[in-house]
Design a protein around this ligand. Structure first.
Ligand SMILES: Cc1ncc(COP(=O)(O)O)c(C=O)c1O
Length: 395
């Protein structure tokens, strides 16, 4: 029996998987069991921030795994302290970190924290305003926060206390405010929803609303954070620091980790026993994340991410004369290209045959998330393969 048949017999059918079995990877490339090579422009959906099997991560894991693999969070470990210190510094100080294991888990914690902050002040404020087309995860809290009914279908009832507004429409936010509003939660660039970028004015106005009403501003930086947009945190582009933000995906170079970061006055509302996770912030994963964070936070690295993002945007723009492409959106190496062809899914299918891993989200948005350390010549190879793929789809 082939691996694909064995997989179909044994693994739940929850993903529209490509029929490929990957066995190893290095840098921007992965290889399947038959030896075929693919240039990975999905980056594990923003996870493989330093490419596949980065030397830094391997080295850090090899060293730490021989020292201490796990200890309960009833004790401190040096890697956890050192990672937290770095994140505090990169956040501009006066914040605290909580480590967990995934994006959904980080958002769950952020929602709990927002409610707890108000309860601690004796206020029964529990409503969270989120946005249409957002994506915050698949657990009940994060799913309830997600503003796309297609993900809710057949899993209802969703949790109470979530209200949805339109992105970049401040009046729509105001219409959802009530005396019970605890927080406003959003992605600065909606990833899964189609690479929809928030306007600076909108974020500034949200911040004003939050400041005037003691509402917590919560950014989901799970896809946009850790250098993806060419700043360590995406909020730096906007010059606005939220009260709470969440991280996951690229933080540990492919290993599972999530984090909640909150300003001190909010963070201190959680006391011992109010929130916890068994595996969060384990020493092995924290050692890996330290190396990833150190690399990505270098200004020269971030500058290159911004430049490569522009290079990709310009390269795609040149293709617009020949192929039915609409808007090109995004910042840094989080880019979306609107495919105006009849069967956009064919681009992924044919890309695979041409040795290129691609992802489509929101129906027809080609989402580009290459490793942040991708090389220029690899981007040129991507252009060639993409043109070849478009030619095959459009012929
Ligand atoms: C913005 C955003 N939030 C939350 C999540 C959920 O993260 P995870 O799949 O690690 O639970 C994702 C995953 O795609 C995401 O893009």
């Amino acid at each position: 029996m082939s691996y694909i048949e064995r997989a179909k017999n044994s693994i739940m059918n929850t993903y529209k998987r490509n029929e490929v079995v990957l066995v190893n990877g290095k840098g921007s490339y992965v290889f399947d069991e038959k030896g075929n090579k693919y240039l990975d422009f999905t980056g594990g959906i923003a996870v493989c921030s330093l490419g596949h099997c980065p030397d830094e991560v391997i080295e850090a894991v090899e060293i730490q795994i021989k020292k201490l693999i796990h200890t309960s969070n009833l004790y401190f470990t040096i890697p956890q302290i050192e990672l937290a210190e770095r994140l505090v510094k990169l956040s501009g100080g006066n914040v605290k970190v909580f480590f967990c294991n995934s994006g959904a888990e980080a958002n769950e914690g952020a929602i709990k924290l927002a409610r707890k902050y108000h309860r601690k002040k004796g206020k029964d404020r529990y409503e969270i305003i989120t946005f249409l087309n957002s994506f915050h995860g698949r657990t009940y809290g994060s799913l309830s926060a997600t503003g796309q009914t297609k993900f809710h279908k057949d899993f209802e009832p969703m949790l109470p206390g979530f209200k949805f507004a339109q992105l970049n429409n401040i009046e729509s936010v105001k219409s959802q405010l009530t005396p019970n509003t605890a927080g406003i939660m959003l992605e600065l660039i909606q990833g899964e929803g189609g690479i929809n970028v928030c306007s600076e004015d909108f974020i500034r106005e949200l911040k004003n609303i939050c400041d005037q009403n003691d509402i917590l501003l919560i950014f989901d930086e799970i896809q946009t954070g850790i250098g993806r947009t060419g700043r360590f945190f995406c909020f730096e582009h906007f010059g606005i620091k939220p009260h709470i933000f969440t991280l996951a995906k690229g933080i540990a170079g492919g290993l599972p980790m999530g984090a909640i970061i909150a300003v001190d006055k909010v963070a201190e509302s959680l006391e011992p026993g109010t929130h916890a996770t068994t595996f969060g912030g384990g020493p092995v994963i924290c050692s890996a994340a330290i190396r990833v964070v150190d690399k990505i936070s270098e200004e020269v690295f971030l500058k290159e991410v911004r430049e490569k993002g522009v290079y990709i945007e310009e390269g795609i723009r040149k293709m617009k004369d020949k192929y039915p492409l609409g808007e090109i959106r995004g910042i840094g190496l989080l880019r979306g290209v609107e495919l105006q062809m009849d069967e956009p899914a064919k681009v992924v299918e044919l890309g695979l045959k041409n040795g290129l891993l691609l992802n489509i989200t929101a129906g027809n948005i080609l989402r580009l998330l290459p490793p942040l350390n991708i090389k220029r010549e690899e981007i040129d190879e991507f252009f060639e393969k993409l043109v070849h793929t478009f030619d095959g789809v459009i012929k």
